[in-house]
Design a protein around this ligand. Structure first.
Ligand SMILES: Cc1ncc(COP(=O)(O)O)c(C=O)c1O
Length: 457
Protein backbone atom coordinates (compact mmCIF):
# COMPACT_ATOMS: atom_id res chain seq x y z
CA UNK A 1 0.00 0.00 0.00
CA UNK A 2 1.35 3.47 -0.76
CA UNK A 3 2.15 5.66 2.22
CA UNK A 4 -0.15 8.69 2.19
CA UNK A 5 1.10 10.11 5.47
CA UNK A 6 3.29 12.77 3.83
CA UNK A 7 0.21 14.30 2.24
CA UNK A 8 -1.32 15.10 5.60
CA UNK A 9 -1.45 18.83 6.30
CA UNK A 10 0.36 20.10 9.39
CA UNK A 11 -1.54 19.49 12.64
CA UNK A 12 -4.05 17.25 10.86
CA UNK A 13 -4.61 13.83 12.34
CA UNK A 14 -6.83 11.19 10.80
CA UNK A 15 -7.25 9.80 14.30
CA UNK A 16 -9.16 12.92 15.36
CA UNK A 17 -11.84 12.28 12.74
CA UNK A 18 -12.14 8.55 12.11
CA UNK A 19 -11.73 5.44 14.20
CA UNK A 20 -8.41 3.84 13.35
CA UNK A 21 -8.30 0.32 12.01
CA UNK A 22 -6.05 -0.67 14.90
CA UNK A 23 -8.55 0.96 17.30
CA UNK A 24 -5.75 2.84 19.03
CA UNK A 25 -7.93 6.00 19.16
CA UNK A 26 -11.06 4.28 20.43
CA UNK A 27 -10.88 5.98 23.82
CA UNK A 28 -10.07 9.36 22.24
CA UNK A 29 -13.21 9.06 20.09
CA UNK A 30 -15.28 8.00 23.07
CA UNK A 31 -14.04 11.01 25.07
CA UNK A 32 -15.09 13.26 22.19
CA UNK A 33 -18.57 11.75 22.35
CA UNK A 34 -18.73 12.27 26.10
CA UNK A 35 -17.74 15.91 25.64
CA UNK A 36 -20.74 16.33 23.36
CA UNK A 37 -22.97 14.54 25.87
CA UNK A 38 -21.79 16.95 28.59
CA UNK A 39 -22.29 19.91 26.28
CA UNK A 40 -25.86 18.83 25.49
CA UNK A 41 -26.73 18.03 29.09
CA UNK A 42 -25.17 21.10 30.75
CA UNK A 43 -25.53 23.77 28.10
CA UNK A 44 -28.68 22.76 26.21
CA UNK A 45 -31.06 20.64 28.29
CA UNK A 46 -30.16 22.17 31.65
CA UNK A 47 -31.07 25.71 30.55
CA UNK A 48 -34.71 25.71 31.58
CA UNK A 49 -34.17 28.68 33.89
CA UNK A 50 -32.04 30.60 31.41
CA UNK A 51 -33.08 33.46 29.09
CA UNK A 52 -34.84 32.94 25.77
CA UNK A 53 -31.77 34.30 23.95
CA UNK A 54 -28.62 35.38 25.76
CA UNK A 55 -26.65 37.04 23.01
CA UNK A 56 -28.12 38.73 19.96
CA UNK A 57 -24.85 40.05 18.61
CA UNK A 58 -23.93 39.01 15.06
CA UNK A 59 -21.67 36.03 14.55
CA UNK A 60 -19.22 35.59 11.69
CA UNK A 61 -17.90 32.28 10.57
CA UNK A 62 -14.20 31.87 9.93
CA UNK A 63 -13.02 28.74 8.12
CA UNK A 64 -9.31 28.22 8.88
CA UNK A 65 -6.70 26.73 6.62
CA UNK A 66 -5.53 24.46 9.39
CA UNK A 67 -8.09 22.47 11.35
CA UNK A 68 -8.92 23.42 14.94
CA UNK A 69 -8.64 21.16 17.91
CA UNK A 70 -12.08 19.61 18.46
CA UNK A 71 -12.07 20.29 22.21
CA UNK A 72 -11.46 23.96 21.48
CA UNK A 73 -14.33 23.89 19.03
CA UNK A 74 -16.64 22.47 21.66
CA UNK A 75 -15.61 25.33 23.92
CA UNK A 76 -16.38 27.77 21.08
CA UNK A 77 -19.81 26.21 20.55
CA UNK A 78 -20.47 26.57 24.29
CA UNK A 79 -19.36 30.20 24.48
CA UNK A 80 -20.27 31.55 21.02
CA UNK A 81 -23.04 29.47 19.46
CA UNK A 82 -25.30 28.26 22.25
CA UNK A 83 -25.84 31.74 23.80
CA UNK A 84 -27.11 32.88 20.40
CA UNK A 85 -29.66 30.06 20.06
CA UNK A 86 -33.31 30.48 20.97
CA UNK A 87 -33.90 28.49 24.11
CA UNK A 88 -36.93 26.26 23.63
CA UNK A 89 -35.99 24.48 26.87
CA UNK A 90 -37.21 27.46 28.88
CA UNK A 91 -40.81 26.42 29.73
CA UNK A 92 -41.95 30.01 29.25
CA UNK A 93 -41.18 29.72 25.53
CA UNK A 94 -44.57 28.93 24.00
CA UNK A 95 -44.24 30.89 20.76
CA UNK A 96 -44.49 28.61 17.77
CA UNK A 97 -44.92 24.90 17.07
CA UNK A 98 -41.51 24.11 18.57
CA UNK A 99 -41.37 21.32 21.07
CA UNK A 100 -38.37 20.28 23.06
CA UNK A 101 -37.34 16.86 21.80
CA UNK A 102 -37.88 13.80 23.97
CA UNK A 103 -34.45 12.74 25.23
CA UNK A 104 -34.38 9.47 23.33
CA UNK A 105 -34.82 11.29 20.03
CA UNK A 106 -31.79 13.50 20.73
CA UNK A 107 -29.51 10.52 21.19
CA UNK A 108 -31.23 8.65 18.37
CA UNK A 109 -30.30 11.51 16.04
CA UNK A 110 -26.64 10.99 16.88
CA UNK A 111 -27.07 7.27 16.30
CA UNK A 112 -28.74 7.95 12.93
CA UNK A 113 -25.76 10.11 11.95
CA UNK A 114 -23.30 7.46 13.08
CA UNK A 115 -25.01 4.69 11.10
CA UNK A 116 -25.55 7.12 8.21
CA UNK A 117 -27.68 4.71 6.16
CA UNK A 118 -29.55 6.25 3.27
CA UNK A 119 -33.31 6.01 2.70
CA UNK A 120 -32.74 6.31 -1.03
CA UNK A 121 -32.92 2.56 -1.47
CA UNK A 122 -33.32 -0.76 0.27
CA UNK A 123 -29.72 -1.74 -0.36
CA UNK A 124 -28.56 1.40 1.46
CA UNK A 125 -30.99 1.07 4.38
CA UNK A 126 -32.45 -2.44 4.60
CA UNK A 127 -33.67 -2.42 8.20
CA UNK A 128 -34.85 1.22 8.03
CA UNK A 129 -36.81 0.55 4.84
CA UNK A 130 -38.68 -2.12 6.80
CA UNK A 131 -39.18 0.11 9.85
CA UNK A 132 -40.34 3.11 7.82
CA UNK A 133 -42.77 0.98 5.77
CA UNK A 134 -44.31 -0.52 8.87
CA UNK A 135 -44.49 2.81 10.67
CA UNK A 136 -46.26 4.42 7.72
CA UNK A 137 -48.82 1.61 7.68
CA UNK A 138 -49.21 1.86 11.44
CA UNK A 139 -49.92 5.58 11.30
CA UNK A 140 -52.18 5.19 8.28
CA UNK A 141 -54.26 2.61 10.09
CA UNK A 142 -54.35 4.83 13.18
CA UNK A 143 -55.97 7.54 11.02
CA UNK A 144 -58.37 4.96 9.58
CA UNK A 145 -56.86 4.70 6.10
CA UNK A 146 -57.15 0.91 5.97
CA UNK A 147 -54.73 -1.87 5.19
CA UNK A 148 -53.72 -0.69 1.71
CA UNK A 149 -52.23 2.55 3.02
CA UNK A 150 -48.60 3.49 2.74
CA UNK A 151 -46.44 6.55 3.08
CA UNK A 152 -43.03 8.05 3.47
CA UNK A 153 -41.26 10.23 5.97
CA UNK A 154 -40.37 13.69 4.71
CA UNK A 155 -38.24 16.55 5.94
CA UNK A 156 -41.18 18.59 7.21
CA UNK A 157 -44.85 19.23 6.63
CA UNK A 158 -44.27 21.54 3.67
CA UNK A 159 -42.67 18.74 1.71
CA UNK A 160 -45.50 16.43 2.76
CA UNK A 161 -48.12 18.92 1.54
CA UNK A 162 -46.22 19.48 -1.71
CA UNK A 163 -46.15 15.70 -2.15
CA UNK A 164 -49.90 15.50 -1.52
CA UNK A 165 -50.63 18.06 -4.22
CA UNK A 166 -48.26 16.39 -6.65
CA UNK A 167 -49.93 12.99 -6.11
CA UNK A 168 -53.36 14.59 -6.51
CA UNK A 169 -52.37 16.30 -9.77
CA UNK A 170 -50.95 13.08 -11.20
CA UNK A 171 -53.99 11.11 -10.09
CA UNK A 172 -56.35 13.57 -11.76
CA UNK A 173 -54.22 14.08 -14.85
CA UNK A 174 -51.75 11.20 -15.23
CA UNK A 175 -50.39 12.80 -18.41
CA UNK A 176 -49.03 15.71 -16.28
CA UNK A 177 -46.12 13.44 -15.36
CA UNK A 178 -44.87 13.45 -18.92
CA UNK A 179 -46.36 16.53 -20.57
CA UNK A 180 -46.74 18.93 -17.66
CA UNK A 181 -49.91 20.15 -16.02
CA UNK A 182 -52.94 21.88 -17.51
CA UNK A 183 -53.62 25.21 -15.89
CA UNK A 184 -57.32 24.39 -15.65
CA UNK A 185 -56.69 22.47 -12.45
CA UNK A 186 -57.69 24.27 -9.24
CA UNK A 187 -57.14 23.35 -5.59
CA UNK A 188 -59.10 24.45 -2.51
CA UNK A 189 -57.88 25.11 1.02
CA UNK A 190 -59.11 27.44 3.73
CA UNK A 191 -57.70 30.92 4.25
CA UNK A 192 -56.20 29.58 7.50
CA UNK A 193 -54.24 26.82 5.74
CA UNK A 194 -50.44 26.90 5.77
CA UNK A 195 -48.56 28.80 3.07
CA UNK A 196 -46.90 25.56 1.94
CA UNK A 197 -49.97 25.03 -0.27
CA UNK A 198 -49.02 28.10 -2.34
CA UNK A 199 -45.47 26.83 -2.47
CA UNK A 200 -46.80 23.48 -3.63
CA UNK A 201 -48.87 25.00 -6.44
CA UNK A 202 -45.77 26.79 -7.62
CA UNK A 203 -43.65 23.62 -7.42
CA UNK A 204 -46.13 21.42 -9.28
CA UNK A 205 -46.48 23.94 -12.06
CA UNK A 206 -50.10 24.96 -11.53
CA UNK A 207 -49.38 28.40 -10.11
CA UNK A 208 -50.48 30.06 -6.90
CA UNK A 209 -53.46 31.71 -8.56
CA UNK A 210 -55.02 28.29 -9.01
CA UNK A 211 -55.08 27.77 -5.26
CA UNK A 212 -58.48 28.99 -4.10
CA UNK A 213 -58.61 30.04 -0.48
CA UNK A 214 -61.99 29.66 1.21
CA UNK A 215 -63.19 31.83 4.12
CA UNK A 216 -63.11 30.58 7.68
CA UNK A 217 -65.15 31.40 10.77
CA UNK A 218 -63.81 33.26 13.83
CA UNK A 219 -62.05 30.14 15.06
CA UNK A 220 -60.38 29.42 11.73
CA UNK A 221 -62.57 26.52 10.58
CA UNK A 222 -63.46 26.45 6.91
CA UNK A 223 -67.03 27.52 6.10
CA UNK A 224 -68.56 24.57 4.26
CA UNK A 225 -71.09 26.55 2.24
CA UNK A 226 -68.29 28.83 1.03
CA UNK A 227 -66.19 25.82 0.06
CA UNK A 228 -68.95 24.31 -2.02
CA UNK A 229 -69.82 27.69 -3.58
CA UNK A 230 -66.13 28.25 -4.48
CA UNK A 231 -65.94 24.84 -6.17
CA UNK A 232 -69.13 25.47 -8.14
CA UNK A 233 -67.93 28.90 -9.18
CA UNK A 234 -64.63 27.48 -10.41
CA UNK A 235 -66.47 24.84 -12.45
CA UNK A 236 -68.71 27.50 -13.97
CA UNK A 237 -65.55 29.34 -15.06
CA UNK A 238 -64.29 26.25 -16.88
CA UNK A 239 -61.82 25.18 -14.20
CA UNK A 240 -61.33 21.60 -13.04
CA UNK A 241 -61.26 21.14 -9.23
CA UNK A 242 -58.82 18.35 -8.31
CA UNK A 243 -57.79 18.84 -4.69
CA UNK A 244 -59.54 19.80 -1.46
CA UNK A 245 -57.76 19.90 1.91
CA UNK A 246 -59.08 19.92 5.45
CA UNK A 247 -56.73 21.31 8.07
CA UNK A 248 -56.42 19.51 11.40
CA UNK A 249 -54.67 22.11 13.50
CA UNK A 250 -54.30 25.38 11.65
CA UNK A 251 -51.05 27.28 12.00
CA UNK A 252 -52.44 30.26 13.88
CA UNK A 253 -55.46 29.17 15.93
CA UNK A 254 -55.07 25.38 15.90
CA UNK A 255 -58.55 24.99 14.42
CA UNK A 256 -59.71 21.67 13.01
CA UNK A 257 -61.89 21.79 9.91
CA UNK A 258 -65.00 19.55 9.92
CA UNK A 259 -63.12 16.66 8.32
CA UNK A 260 -66.08 14.44 7.50
CA UNK A 261 -68.01 17.23 5.80
CA UNK A 262 -65.00 18.58 3.87
CA UNK A 263 -64.19 15.02 2.77
CA UNK A 264 -67.75 14.50 1.57
CA UNK A 265 -67.58 17.71 -0.51
CA UNK A 266 -64.22 16.66 -1.97
CA UNK A 267 -65.66 13.30 -3.02
CA UNK A 268 -68.84 14.87 -4.42
CA UNK A 269 -66.71 16.85 -6.87
CA UNK A 270 -64.33 13.99 -7.61
CA UNK A 271 -61.41 15.68 -5.89
CA UNK A 272 -58.44 14.24 -4.05
CA UNK A 273 -59.04 14.73 -0.32
CA UNK A 274 -55.98 15.69 1.72
CA UNK A 275 -55.82 16.30 5.45
CA UNK A 276 -53.06 18.58 6.67
CA UNK A 277 -52.68 17.22 10.20
CA UNK A 278 -49.08 18.42 10.38
CA UNK A 279 -49.81 19.89 13.78
CA UNK A 280 -53.06 18.41 15.05
CA UNK A 281 -52.39 14.81 14.01
CA UNK A 282 -51.08 14.00 17.48
CA UNK A 283 -54.65 14.51 18.71
CA UNK A 284 -55.42 11.03 17.37
CA UNK A 285 -53.74 9.61 20.49
CA UNK A 286 -56.39 10.93 22.88
CA UNK A 287 -60.09 10.08 23.02
CA UNK A 288 -60.63 13.73 23.94
CA UNK A 289 -59.72 14.75 20.38
CA UNK A 290 -60.41 11.60 18.36
CA UNK A 291 -63.97 12.70 17.48
CA UNK A 292 -62.42 15.59 15.53
CA UNK A 293 -60.85 13.05 13.19
CA UNK A 294 -64.13 11.46 12.24
CA UNK A 295 -64.07 11.15 8.46
CA UNK A 296 -60.29 10.89 8.21
CA UNK A 297 -60.89 7.50 6.56
CA UNK A 298 -62.11 9.49 3.54
CA UNK A 299 -58.65 10.99 3.04
CA UNK A 300 -56.52 10.13 0.04
CA UNK A 301 -53.50 11.57 1.82
CA UNK A 302 -52.57 12.90 5.24
CA UNK A 303 -49.67 15.05 6.38
CA UNK A 304 -48.50 14.54 9.95
CA UNK A 305 -45.45 15.93 11.75
CA UNK A 306 -44.31 14.04 14.86
CA UNK A 307 -41.66 16.77 15.07
CA UNK A 308 -44.34 19.21 16.18
CA UNK A 309 -46.73 17.78 18.80
CA UNK A 310 -45.14 14.39 19.43
CA UNK A 311 -41.82 15.63 20.84
CA UNK A 312 -39.66 13.97 18.19
CA UNK A 313 -36.57 15.98 17.24
CA UNK A 314 -36.46 17.58 13.82
CA UNK A 315 -36.86 16.49 11.20
CA UNK A 316 -39.69 13.99 11.33
CA UNK A 317 -42.81 14.39 9.19
CA UNK A 318 -44.78 12.16 6.87
CA UNK A 319 -47.22 11.88 4.02
CA UNK A 320 -49.49 8.85 4.20
CA UNK A 321 -51.74 7.75 1.34
CA UNK A 322 -54.77 5.51 1.47
CA UNK A 323 -53.81 3.69 -1.72
CA UNK A 324 -50.17 2.69 -2.00
CA UNK A 325 -50.42 2.63 -5.78
CA UNK A 326 -51.05 6.39 -5.80
CA UNK A 327 -47.64 6.93 -4.24
CA UNK A 328 -45.94 4.67 -6.77
CA UNK A 329 -47.76 6.12 -9.78
CA UNK A 330 -47.58 9.69 -8.53
CA UNK A 331 -43.82 9.85 -8.21
CA UNK A 332 -43.26 7.56 -11.17
CA UNK A 333 -39.51 7.52 -10.68
CA UNK A 334 -36.69 5.05 -11.16
CA UNK A 335 -33.28 4.32 -9.69
CA UNK A 336 -31.43 2.41 -12.41
CA UNK A 337 -28.22 2.52 -10.40
CA UNK A 338 -29.87 0.52 -7.61
CA UNK A 339 -31.42 -2.90 -7.27
CA UNK A 340 -34.87 -2.12 -8.68
CA UNK A 341 -36.53 -5.31 -7.48
CA UNK A 342 -36.67 -3.98 -3.91
CA UNK A 343 -38.79 -1.32 -2.22
CA UNK A 344 -36.77 1.86 -2.72
CA UNK A 345 -38.11 4.90 -0.88
CA UNK A 346 -36.18 7.17 -3.24
CA UNK A 347 -38.90 6.34 -5.79
CA UNK A 348 -41.67 7.41 -3.42
CA UNK A 349 -40.41 10.73 -2.15
CA UNK A 350 -39.41 14.17 -3.42
CA UNK A 351 -36.14 13.67 -1.60
CA UNK A 352 -33.52 11.23 -2.79
CA UNK A 353 -30.83 10.75 -0.19
CA UNK A 354 -32.55 11.00 3.17
CA UNK A 355 -31.82 10.40 6.83
CA UNK A 356 -33.25 7.33 8.52
CA UNK A 357 -35.59 9.33 10.74
CA UNK A 358 -37.72 6.22 11.20
CA UNK A 359 -35.22 5.04 13.81
CA UNK A 360 -35.95 7.90 16.20
CA UNK A 361 -39.69 7.83 15.54
CA UNK A 362 -39.80 4.10 16.25
CA UNK A 363 -37.67 4.54 19.38
CA UNK A 364 -39.86 7.41 20.61
CA UNK A 365 -43.06 5.39 20.11
CA UNK A 366 -41.53 2.31 21.76
CA UNK A 367 -40.19 4.33 24.69
CA UNK A 368 -43.44 6.25 25.33
CA UNK A 369 -45.98 3.70 24.22
CA UNK A 370 -49.31 4.89 22.89
CA UNK A 371 -50.41 5.53 26.48
CA UNK A 372 -47.41 7.82 26.98
CA UNK A 373 -48.25 9.71 23.78
CA UNK A 374 -51.81 10.07 24.99
CA UNK A 375 -50.63 11.29 28.41
CA UNK A 376 -48.30 13.89 26.93
CA UNK A 377 -50.89 15.21 24.48
CA UNK A 378 -53.52 15.43 27.23
CA UNK A 379 -50.98 17.04 29.55
CA UNK A 380 -50.37 19.79 27.01
CA UNK A 381 -54.13 20.31 26.67
CA UNK A 382 -54.33 20.67 30.48
CA UNK A 383 -51.40 23.11 30.54
CA UNK A 384 -53.03 25.24 27.85
CA UNK A 385 -56.31 25.25 29.79
CA UNK A 386 -54.31 26.72 32.67
CA UNK A 387 -53.16 29.55 30.40
CA UNK A 388 -56.64 30.11 29.09
CA UNK A 389 -58.04 30.45 32.62
CA UNK A 390 -55.33 32.94 33.49
CA UNK A 391 -56.22 35.02 30.41
CA UNK A 392 -59.88 34.99 31.36
CA UNK A 393 -59.04 36.48 34.77
CA UNK A 394 -56.60 39.10 33.37
CA UNK A 395 -58.32 42.44 32.85
CA UNK A 396 -55.84 43.51 30.15
CA UNK A 397 -56.24 40.41 27.98
CA UNK A 398 -58.89 38.58 26.04
CA UNK A 399 -59.10 35.35 24.10
CA UNK A 400 -59.22 35.79 20.33
CA UNK A 401 -61.27 32.62 19.89
CA UNK A 402 -62.18 29.40 21.62
CA UNK A 403 -59.16 27.07 21.44
CA UNK A 404 -59.54 23.60 19.93
CA UNK A 405 -56.11 22.16 20.71
CA UNK A 406 -53.22 23.41 22.87
CA UNK A 407 -52.91 26.66 20.92
CA UNK A 408 -54.26 29.74 22.68
CA UNK A 409 -54.72 33.01 20.82
CA UNK A 410 -55.07 36.16 22.85
CA UNK A 411 -54.83 39.91 22.48
CA UNK A 412 -54.68 43.08 24.50
CA UNK A 413 -57.93 44.68 25.53
CA UNK A 414 -56.12 47.59 27.14
CA UNK A 415 -56.23 50.61 24.79
CA UNK A 416 -52.97 51.89 26.39
CA UNK A 417 -50.93 48.80 25.46
CA UNK A 418 -50.94 47.01 22.14
CA UNK A 419 -50.48 43.24 21.87
CA UNK A 420 -47.09 43.92 20.29
CA UNK A 421 -46.00 45.97 23.31
CA UNK A 422 -47.22 43.37 25.78
CA UNK A 423 -45.34 40.67 23.94
CA UNK A 424 -42.08 42.59 23.93
CA UNK A 425 -42.38 43.45 27.59
CA UNK A 426 -42.99 39.81 28.51
CA UNK A 427 -40.03 38.66 26.46
CA UNK A 428 -37.79 41.30 28.06
CA UNK A 429 -38.98 40.27 31.53
CA UNK A 430 -38.45 36.59 30.73
CA UNK A 431 -42.15 36.06 31.55
CA UNK A 432 -43.43 34.49 28.33
CA UNK A 433 -42.26 34.17 24.74
CA UNK A 434 -45.37 34.39 22.58
CA UNK A 435 -45.51 34.72 18.82
CA UNK A 436 -47.23 37.58 17.02
CA UNK A 437 -49.06 36.14 14.00
CA UNK A 438 -51.29 38.03 11.63
CA UNK A 439 -54.87 36.88 12.12
CA UNK A 440 -57.78 38.28 10.10
CA UNK A 441 -55.88 41.53 9.57
CA UNK A 442 -54.64 42.04 13.18
CA UNK A 443 -51.44 41.14 14.97
CA UNK A 444 -52.45 38.86 17.82
CA UNK A 445 -50.57 36.84 20.45
CA UNK A 446 -50.27 33.08 20.15
CA UNK A 447 -49.16 30.46 22.66
CA UNK A 448 -48.44 26.87 21.59
CA UNK A 449 -48.26 24.99 24.85
CA UNK A 450 -45.88 22.13 24.14
CA UNK A 451 -43.34 22.26 26.95
CA UNK A 452 -44.26 19.46 29.36
CA UNK A 453 -43.47 21.77 32.31
CA UNK A 454 -45.17 24.92 30.98
CA UNK A 455 -47.03 26.91 33.65
CA UNK A 456 -45.95 24.44 36.31
CA UNK A 457 -46.13 27.01 39.09
C1 LIG B 1 -50.77 23.27 9.51
C2 LIG B 1 -49.36 23.26 9.01
N1 LIG B 1 -49.07 22.57 7.89
C3 LIG B 1 -47.84 22.53 7.38
C4 LIG B 1 -46.81 23.19 7.99
C5 LIG B 1 -45.44 23.15 7.39
O1 LIG B 1 -44.65 22.29 8.16
P1 LIG B 1 -43.05 22.40 8.14
O2 LIG B 1 -42.69 23.69 8.80
O3 LIG B 1 -42.61 21.19 8.88
O4 LIG B 1 -42.61 22.38 6.71
C6 LIG B 1 -47.05 23.93 9.16
C7 LIG B 1 -45.98 24.65 9.84
O5 LIG B 1 -46.14 25.25 10.85
C8 LIG B 1 -48.37 23.96 9.68
O6 LIG B 1 -48.66 24.67 10.76
Amino acid sequence: MPDFSNDLPPNFSLDSHFLNLDRSNLEEMRRLGYQFVDLIMDSVLDTQKQPFVKDESPFRINIPEQGNDISELIAEVRSQILPRTINFHNPNYVGHMDSIPAAITIWADALISAINNNMLSYELAPIFTQIESQLMQWFGELFGLGSNCFGTLTAGGSLANISGLLLARNWKQPQSRTRGASNHLVAFVSDAAHTSFEKAMNVIGLGKENLIRVSTNDRGEVILEELEAAIQKAISLGKQPFFVAAIAGTTVTGAVDPIQAVGAIAKRYDCWFHIDAAYGGAGIFTPKLQPLFQGSDLADSITFNPQKWLWVSRTCAMIIVKNKQHLIDGFDSELPYMNESTLNFGNLNLQGTRRTDSLKLWLALKAMGTSGCRYLVERSLDRSEHLRQWIETSPDLELVCEPTLNIICLKSQNPQRTSTEIRQQWIDQGKLWLSLPLWKGDRILKAVVLHPYAFQD
